[in-house]
Ligand binder design. Structure first.
Ligand SMILES: [Zn+2]
Ligand SMILES: [Zn+2]
Ligand SMILES: [Zn+2]
Length: 152
């Protein structure tokens, strides 16, 4: 495997290794911002935090970078119901979790204390879907929409 030329890329995100992909300052800043938050940030929020790290970064760069990282599966783009996508690292320190999205305050709640039935059902679904569509499932993104306890 050939190593990425970009300094720090290996440390920041193992999956860029060997891709020959040159990390721009924009990408580094976006990943750093996402690594340092527990929240699900919008592009605008990422932009204002990224500027603290690197004042030369423009909003367009942030948008492009997020798009690219989403396409590569490095970042998950979440629909929070207010038409502003929220972003989260696919391999965040939080580990695998699902989301509860409040459509009033657009809060996104992470949970990983899955209900037993949930896990069983998902495994069953993945098995059946991959058989039915001859599709090798590698993961899933689950979001439930509704109204949170504060907005009810
Ligand atoms: Zn899951
Ligand atoms: Zn709410
Ligand atoms: Zn999350």
């Amino acid at each position: 495997m050939k190593n990425c030329e970009c300094p720090g890329a290996e440390k920041l995100h193992g999956r860029f290794r060997g891709c020959g992909y040159r990390m721009t300052a924009g990408r580094e800043a976006v990943i750093k911002v996402l690594q340092e938050t527990q929240e699900h940030l919008s592009a605008d929020e990422i932009f204002s935090k990224a500027r603290v790290i690197n004042p030369d970064i423009g909003l367009t760069t942030i948008y492009r970078t997020l798009e690219k990282l989403s396409m590569m599966g490095e970042v998950h783009k979440l629909d929070s119901g207010d038409k502003r996508g929220r972003f989260e690292l696919a391999n965040s320190g939080k580990g695998h979790h699902h989301h509860l999205v409040c459509s009033r305050c657009n809060r996104i709640i992470d949970y990983d204390d899955f209900i037993d039935d949930e896990v069983r059902l998902l495994k069953e679904m993945e098995k059946k879907l991959s058989k039915k569509y001859n599709f090798a499932i590698s993961g899933h993104l689950i979001q439930f929409y509704g109204v949170c306890d504060k907005c009810k």
